[in-house]
Design a protein around this ligand. Structure first.
Ligand code: PBG
Length: 327
């Protein structure tokens, strides 16, 4: 056949393929989310997230030492709070005895070079599981929630967090958190804004991990998280968070929202994170367990796709296990 452009020439050998590869993952791109609970003893496995556990503070520190040694630049910490401490107002959030603060202090002193990212939202602390305070009609109230979130962010930073990550989707919270941190002399601590966070059904296993609701029962957060149908709205969210002083922005979930990652990448010059959430992780494990997918191949492809769409960094439960593949 007379074919001028034979595309397969560039696919002929691994060496040629590596020369023409457009996207590569690097361990520097990876952020490991980790769960911490109260108490001593052995970590508890999270049923719907194989390989993921709720750490105690001491096993969390061990894990962070390993990650740091393995070149993972950052971890994102999420607390699992005892049911008895949850209430309508999430009052345990800013309580000095909140296990999150001891965890932050312990990780920071053991692993000073690891970037420590903490989640700013009330869902681990509220009995209803919402990310903020709710009124009589069950609506999450914006402005008074923002006040509490500022206090929570401040307490996290005082304990040693490098970057606070508001995941609550309240309006105006980035500006308030930035102002509060600056007033207190924490000008060098960063804000990673969950800018385009969707009201997704893929958060189920995470809610099991932090014991907020159940994985199959989806808590309706559509009054504050974004409608999964929208892209332009994500660009407005990103613009607002950028104007309010975010240092980095995030799209979440990642895999089902690659178009959003791409659109955000084209609309901001800020560093862009994408969160491959618990449900994305769980579905790869589930299909692999059934023998329906090749676990490692699909895992790697899922991460590469997120990078290819335009993410600079990826929060993924696979971070530790894939780090050695990506130098
Ligand atoms: C809550 C929060 C959630 C996740 C991160 N922070 C759940 C939610 O919004 O209901 C989900 C992460 C995941 O599914 O892995 N502020």
């Amino acid at each position: 056949m007379d074919i001028l452009r034979r595309m397969r020439r560039n696919r002929l050998t691994p060496a040629v393929r590596s020369l023409v590869r457009e996207t590569t993952l690097h361990r520097d791109d990876l952020i490991q989310p980790l769960f911490v609970m109260e108490g001593e003893g052995i970590p508890e496995p999270v049923g719907s997230m194989p390989g993921v556990v709720r750490h105690t503070v001491s096993t969390l520190v061990e894990e962070c030492r390993k990650l740091e040694g393995n070149g993972i630049p950052a971890v994102a910490l999420f607390p699992c709070i005892d049911q008895s401490k949850k209430d309508h107002h999430g009052s345990h959030a800013c309580d000095p005895s909140n296990v999150l603060f001891s965890a932050i202090r312990a990780v920071k002193s053991a692993c000073p070079s690891l970037a420590l990212i903490t989640d700013v939202a009330l869902d681990p602390y509220t009995s209803h599981g919402h990310d903020g305070l709710i009124d009589d009609r069950g609506e999450v109230v914006n402005d008074s929630t923002v006040e509490i979130l500022c206090r929570l962010a401040m307490a996290q930073v005082e304990a040693g967090a490098d970057i606070v990550a508001p995941s609550d989707m309240m309006d105006g919270r980035v500006r308030e958190i930035r102002a509060g941190l600056d007033r207190a002399g924490f000008q060098q601590r960063g804000i990673l804004a969950y800018a385009a966070k969707y009201a997704s059904a893929y958060y189920g296993p995470f809610r099991e991990a932090v014991k907020s609701g159940s994985p199959s029962l989806s808590l309706d957060k559509r009054g504050y998280q974004m409608d999964t149908a929208n892209v332009r709205e994500a660009l407005i969210e990103v613009k607002l968070d950028e104007e309010e002083g975010a240092d980095m922005v995030m799209v979440k979930p990642a895999g089902p929202f690659l178009d959003v990652i791409r659109a955000v990448r084209q609309s901001t010059h800020l560093p862009l994170a994408a969160y491959q959430v618990s449900g994305e992780y769980a579905q790869i494990h589930a299909a692999a367990r059934l023998g329906w997918l090749d676990y490692e191949a699909v895992r790697n492809e899922s991460l590469l796709a997120i990078k290819r769409a335009g993410a600079d960094m990826i929060l993924t439960y696979f971070a530790a296990e894939v780090a050695d593949l990506y130098d």
